[in-house]
Ligand binder design. Structure first.
Ligand code: AP5
Length: 220
């Protein structure tokens, strides 16, 4: 039965960095709600305009806006063998919606990988993040800089900084995480679906751990 992997963790935990690599290793899609909303904002769709106003301030987009988008995406053929959800759910209401939806759609119980890092250590990660506009590769000007300033090593694409990676928006995102998303840790612990992974090591070591957990849980 196809199973969904959920990557949980505070802003800057490395969810996107890891989800890209792990999804490739497992041959399943990486679904990032942040990326979906940023793409809609770039295209200036109705959703994009609503989302951009919230995202730029660091606030969450309403549950009833984001949940149907995830439901629709999980219905695509490429999710038949599973998928990684990065950035969803991030409220208990979203988690309950997802549980109901997965059951209706015939998926197995999700496996939740909580990448934990101290929230006071993520400011440098987030203010230093740069993302390739073409391929989505993630860099950090302090810890993992590109060879040439502002240019992606992989495809030469332009590296940009996210509008919400400034200290004021980061503080609001961290508050939203503590208030709305931390309760999910207990929510999934009660369902015996949560696995903890230390997010402070080198990215390659974290990938190994994540794949190890997935293997132990018979996901592969
Ligand atoms: P989203 O895009 O999901 O952002 P986030 O949750 O704040 O998470 P980030 O993408 O900032 O962090 P990450 O953990 O992916 O870190 P990364 O791997 O890039 O959401 C953005 C906004 O969209 C929300 O604020 C909200 O408005 C809206 N939204 C999205 N989903 C929603 C939902 N479900 N409900 C409501 N609203 C929603 O790494 C960060 C940096 O650290 C990089 O520079 C990287 O190179 C570096 N790094 C990574 N790993 C390591 C490591 N091991 N050591 C050192 N540096 C590392």
């Amino acid at each position: 039965m196809a199973q969904i992997l959920i990557f949980l963790g505070p802003p800057g935990a490395g969810k996107g960095t890891q989800a890209r690599v792990v999804a490739k290793a497992l041959g399943i899609p990486h679904i990032s709600t942040g990326d979906i909303l940023r793409e809609a904002a770039r295209k200036k769709t109705g959703l994009g305009l609503v989302a951009k106003a919230k995202m730029d301030k660091g606030e969450l987009v309403p549950d009833d806006v984001i949940s149907p988008i995830v439901e629709e995406r999980l219905g695509w053929a490429d999710c038949k063998a599973g998928a990684i959800l990065d950035g969803f759910p991030r409220t208990v209401v979203q988690a309950q919606f997802l549980d109901d939806m997965l059951e209706r759609a015939g998926f197995g119980k999700p496996l939740v990988l909580n990448i934990h890092v101290a929230t006071d250590s993520v400011i440098k990660r987030l203010t230093g993040r740069r993302t390739c506009q073409t391929c989505g590769e993630i860099y950090n000007v302090y810890m993992n800089p590109p060879r040439q300033d502002g240019v992606c090593d992989k495809d030469g694409g332009k590296l940009t900084q996210r509008a919400d990676d400034n200290e004021e928006a980061i503080r609001i995102r961290l508050k939203a995480y503590e208030h709305d998303t931390v309760p999910l840790i207990e929510y999934y612990q009660r369902k015996n679906a949560l696995r903890q992974v230390d997010g402070t090591e080198e990215p390659e070591a974290i990938t190994e751990r994540l794949l190890g957990v997935v293997k132990t849980d018979d996901y592969l």
